[in-house]
Design a binder for this molecule. Structure first.
Ligand code: GLA
Length: 382
């Protein structure tokens, strides 16, 4: 990111001096659809980020400019409303949530730019929200703790983007550290850093370049199915609050007969939480082959039981299954498109990308994009 260019462009547009913030996108090694079930996740921040330049205004107006969309938007602190532009909603959603929580916001100019690929499941929206939250916290001198900035960002996604997401993406974008994965307990919000030691291997993202439109509605529906299962179990086990507190035996006893579909959804989540624990142990022991096997299991669960995969993602995982230089692969994120995450031996990466790209183009007529993951630090002023 060329900070001088960014500052100069800001000056040209707003005739003011900017302060700059950066919030990264994320990958998730394992622990998918577990965050909103009080479970465990294992994300890491990446080196692709959203950048926000911001300055305070003397009035109460909000002036936004997006470099990627070459588009402007004007609003005011007193009249923050949802719009039909997603990029605007992520920013206004954060401002709105701060106001709702009683924080005093003044007017501001904000210029946004990013290199997190959009629609790839790398949480570009969480990055926009977190960068905005850090920026508004700073210029208004609000001293909001970092965890609350993540929660404010998550709430913006619920209220202004309409997705009832968990906390994983915003957490990763705030707390990420270079060369570290993080295991977050989404019930207690305790977390630990786990060094990403991948000796001889790298994490490779294969981007389907598709995002099927049902992704948001299906996401919210999955949440409801999980809640349904929890409620049925609560009738028998009052202390159960999340699927995190549930065992496979409880699901068999109280959910399976009522609704086979809800049972499969819940059973996937309970199994996935166990897989995260095993994956953390494997990563700490440098046992990448166990980690890889767990990733393949996660994909199977997401595809067959949780039903959030799609033919493009399944195809990409099938292509690498059985290759001795790919230890693990799975779809990543909410589903219905975006990327697969693969653990690939260093010297085979180019060959793998070439081979799979040709086959993907043949099969779907679509270009495959591939990125070798570099981890990065969390949200910060720059
Ligand atoms: C999306 C959501 C996250 C999480 C994942 C699935 O990325 O924003 O909160 O639920 O899907 O693991």
């Amino acid at each position: 990111m060329n900070t001088e260019y960014f500052k100069k462009t800001f000056r040209d547009i707003f005739q003011a001096e900017a302060v700059l913030f950066k919030s990264p996108g994320r990958i998730n090694i394992i622990g998918e659809h577990t965050d909103y079930n009080g479970g465990l996740v294992m994300p890491a921040a990446i080196d692709k980020a959203v950048y926000v330049a911001v300055s305070k205004r003397d009035d109460h107006e909000i002036h936004l400019y997006s470099e990627s969309y070459q588009s402007k938007y004007v609003s005011s602190v007193a009249a923050i409303q949802k719009t039909e532009h997603n990029w605007v909603n992520y920013i206004l959603g954060v401002a709105n949530e701060m106001v709702q929580r009683g924080h005093q916001l003044g007017g501001f100019n904000l210029f946004i730019y990013g290199d997190v690929p959009l629609g790839a499941g790398l949480s570009s929206s969480a990055a926009v929200e977190c960068a905005t939250a850090f920026a508004l916290n700073y210029i208004n001198q609000l001293s909001i703790p970092q965890m609350e900035l993540a929660l404010i960002s998550q709430k913006a996604e619920h209220t202004f983007a309409g997705v009832n997401c968990g906390i994983m993406d915003q957490f990763a974008s705030v707390f990420g550290k270079k060369d570290q994965a993080m295991m977050l307990d989404c019930r207690s919000m305790e977390y630990e850093y786990i060094p990403l030691k991948l000796d001889g291997y790298k994490l490779v993202l294969l981007n389907t370049n598709v995002k099927h439109s049902l992704s948001d509605s299906a996401y919210n529906e999955r949440r409801e199915q999980c809640d349904k299962g929890v409620n049925w179990i609560k009738d028998h086990h009052a202390s159960v609050e999340y699927l995190r507190d549930v065992t496979q035996e409880m699901l068999l006893a109280h959910v399976k007969a009522k609704d086979e579909n809800v049972y499969r959804k819940c059973s996937y989540v309970v199994a996935e939480i166990e897989r995260v624990k095993k994956a953390a142990a494997a990563l700490k022991n440098g046992d990448l082959s166990t980690l890889g096997k767990l990733m393949f299991e996660t994909h199977k669960g997401l595809s067959e039981d949780y039903e959030v995969s799609c033919k493009e993602l399944d195809f990409l995982v099938d292509q690498v299954k059985g290759l001795d230089y790919v230890l693990g692969a799975r779809m990543m994120g909410g589903g219905f498109g975006g990327c697969t995450l693969n653990i690939v031996r260093d010297e085979e990466i180019d060959r793998l990308i070439d081979n799979v790209s040709v086959k993907y183009l043949e099969k779907f007529g679509l270009k495959l994009d591939a990125y070798i993951v570099e981890t990065g630090n969390g949200s910060q002023i720059i």
